[in-house]
Design a protein around this ligand. Sequence first.
Ligand code: RFL
Ligand code: PHB
Length: 391
Amino acid sequence: MNVQVAIIGAGPAGLLLGHLLYRAGIDAIVLEQRSPEYVLGRIRAGVLEQVAVDLLDEIGVGTRMHAEGLVHGGFDIGYGGGRSRIDLHGLTGGKNVMVYGQTELTRDLMDARAAAGLKTVYEAEDVSVHDFDGEKPRVRYVKDGVSHEVRCDFIAGCDGFHGVCRASAPKNILRTYERVYPLGWLGLLSDTPPVSDELIYIRHPRGFALCSMRSRTRSRYYLQCSLADTVEQWTDQLFWDELKRRLDPASAAALVTGPSIEKSIAPLRSFVAEPMRFGRLFLAGDAAHIVPPTGAKGLNLAASDVRYLARGLSQFYAGDSHGIDTYSERCLSRIWKAERFSWWMTTLLHNFPEANPFDQKVQEAELDYLLHSPAALTSLAENYVGLAFED
Ligand code: RFL
Ligand code: PHB
């Protein structure tokens, strides 16, 4: 078959790009190696910046998000047995974030794609990308034992960190930058009311913790854990007991516990691949970069990448290649700032096994400075709600 754009991966980046292109009148196919149920079963991001909210509105997919999502104008930092509120709204001149799960956003995009009759091939096996150094790239895949070939103008690699697109980029051009943190996040989802109306990020000598939510009746909690830990070893009871130890006394007393619906351990990593374009192959989202989840930036970066890519491709079909020629550079300028912020927030709030007493004192001083400096608080808030676009 022939299409203008072949999108590899039906995570948030691929589905969002698919719909942006559809709205721009560009014909695309999405190839995904997993089933829809598997994709929806991955419990991940929860916080959307204004840019992601605006994009969903732009493509007419924001109705349920506005009805069910929770607008947050601040969050708390728990420290030294107390809590300090970061007034995002006040510090940024009126900006907020939207708490709406990645699962729900993905479901909305899947539904919109199906309603528009757009083609998505789930459980596509052995996806491979070819000839993207020329003008007529090809993508091959196998579905139900039958081989297929897609001829296209462009390939969008939205296939996540372990995908095939970055792995197919020429090794002499691809450069990667990486930091792996010696710790993980153990996440637990439960149908219990959140402990607080807003998120709480906690620095504690026993390790970081985060109280988040999906709705007024569904909570998402995280605990810093060792990478050697297993989910089986963390019974629900152990999880709740440990969370209570890391919470301030008032929150610990208010915490409602219950059976977990999901539990998983995620490693923490910072990673950037440069450039993000190889001829007619573009990388977007986790395929090109990873941030540790502390700054809530991963999904938002995926949204900003595909915003640039969709605009660049629309311009290309209107006769102007400037947008795709500057795609990599413009994305990376935003990505590195989010990498810096996510690394900083991770360093500020976690308990690093290799930290010596000096490191710990500096970390405490940094937090103390932050919580008492309007300038530092403004910088935190500006980054958390999302940096403005340059164009
Ligand atoms: P995804 O979601 O990984 O989707 C990639 C898709 O590509 C498919 N795929 C292939 N398809 C075909 N052929 C192949 N060879 C393929 N290889 C892979 C995969 O099956 C998958 O469906 O990447 P995408 O679309 O770039 O989206 C990125 C986000 O998922 C990610 O950045 C966020 O979840 C990160 N993240 C957070 N981001 C936020 O903005 N705010 C948050 O609050 C937030 N919290 C989090 C997070 C990530 C977490 N984990 C688990 C790492 C919290 C956690 C715990
Ligand atoms: C989440 O709700 O899953 C979540 C929220 C904020 C983060 C990371 C994850 O920084």
